[in-house]
Design a protein around this ligand. Structure first.
Ligand SMILES: Nc1nc2c(c(=O)[nH]1)N[C@H]1C(S)=C(S)[C@@H](COP(=O)(O)O)O[C@H]1N2
Ligand SMILES: [Mo]
Length: 373
């Protein structure tokens, strides 16, 4: 399906469109997986050092080329039926006039693992063919969205807030007012201590904690506050769950995605190759707005065992886990399942949805153990 603004996650671009596409940062294959659109790159799960994801390998998901924006000429407008007086800020205003906050948050694309969902169903879903790499964690620094909205005078009837981008497709996605006013919904200008890189939204992007990545609009130029529910391609056609298990929310044929469900990631290539020596197997688990409370693993369908969780334990961000293993030579299957503080554990299967979003079941990770390298 393709949105009227071309903001579709599931479009097949022409060769000409592909040629003109571009991202700014280098995307070497040792660090990032090219998923074939020219714009989207996943992190390689076996190349994830430390807790934060370094910018050089933070995944990229852009529906249009990175726009070249000049911060000196940039401004951010706050307007719409939900504010008394529209207001505009310059880049300098953001640096000088507001208290700054830093939050460590994970961003995960709702389409992460879509290609694995396709393998399970024996078909190819439309949309970006993500493996496991559409996820990353950074320290985001900037201004609380609340602090930017309040001077415009939020009206009692205001109900939705929609950041809109200055890219070719004017990417936009609304959120409820309460989410926009949350302590950890921010307009970020800095990523891991560096000026926000062009591909990640320079000069400013939204970070909506625990929600699907598509809510964290990059290259923001305008924020609409509305006293009516807003319907745009990204909450009607794309980024919605369409299928028998998901009650449609008109005018969409599906259910708009908000929070990200609990899932885990093994820091090994797929399939993995290991030597038959004692070693530590590592990974991450993320539960959107919830907190990961436990990670278990089992090998070759043996009994589930507890992996240990490493600090930090930051809400809205992934947690690292590990276990020790001295594998026998041969082929093995590693399964990992995470549980969150709402008591939700990764399921064995997830219900079908037409666009292949939120695939988060227990995966069977193939591992070959051999003495020869
Ligand atoms: N303007 C704009 N914002 C955007 C997007 C986009 O294409 N354009 N992609 C969204 C999606 S689908 C995701 S998953 C995240 C990816 O953020 P990243 O590229 O910084 O990793 O950005 C979101 N914000
Ligand atoms: Mo995404």
């Amino acid at each position: 399906m393709s949105g009227p603004l071309g903001g579709s996650d599931s479009e097949h671009p022409s060769l000409e469109e592909v040629r003109k596409r571009e991202v700014v940062k280098p995307t070497p294959s040792e660090l990032m997986e090219d998923v074939g659109t020219g714009l989207d790159y996943g992190v390689r799960p076996d190349r994830m050092p430390g807790y934060l994801t370094p910018i050089d390998r933070f995944f990229l998901r852009s529906h249009a080329p990175t726009p070249h924006l000049d911060a000196a000429r940039w401004s951010l407008r706050i307007e719409g039926s939900g504010v008394r007086e529209p207001i505009a800020y310059t880049y300098a205003d953001l640096w000088d006039r507001f208290p700054w906050v830093s939050v460590i948050r994970t961003i995960e694309c709702a389409g992460n693992r879509r290609s694995l969902f396709g393998e399970e169903c024996g078909r190819t879903f439309a949309g970006t063919q993500w493996g496991r790499g559409a996820i990353g964690t950074a320290e985001w620094t900037g201004v609380r969205l609340r602090d930017l909205l309040e001077p415009a005078g939020i009206t009692p009837g205001a109900c939705e807030v929609m950041p809109e981008a200055l890219d070719e497709i004017h990417a936009r996605r609304p959120m409820p007012l309460a989410k926009a006013l949350a302590d950890d919904t921010i307009l970020a200008l800095v990523m891991n201590g560096e000026t926000l890189p062009p591909d990640h939204g320079y000069p400013a992007r939204i970070v909506v904690s625990g929600w699907l990545g598509a809510a964290s609009i990059k290259w923001v130029g305008r924020i609409e506050v509305s006293d009516q529910p807003l319907h745009v391609p990204w909450n009607t056609e794309d980024y919605v769950l369409i299928g028998p298990d998901y009650p449609p929310q008109a005018p969409s044929p599906g259910m708009p995605i908000s929070g990200i469900p609990v899932a885990s990631l093994v820091e090994l290539s797929w399939p993995a190759r290991l030597r038959p020596v004692p070693q530590v197997i590592r990974g991450r688990a993320f539960a959107g707005e919830s907190r990961v409370t436990a990670v278990e693993y089992r090998i070759d369908e043996g009994s589930w065992q507890e992996a240990s969780l490493a600090p930090p334990r930051i809400p809205g961000a992934w947690v690292r886990w590990q276990f020790s293993w001295d594998p026998e030579p041969g082929d093995h299957i590693l399964q990992v399942r995470a549980t969150d503080d709402q008591g939700r554990t990764q399921p064995d299967t997830v219900p079908w949805n037409d666009l292949g979003y939120l695939y988060h079941p227990v995966l069977s990770h193939p591992i070959r153990v051999e003495s020869t390298p």
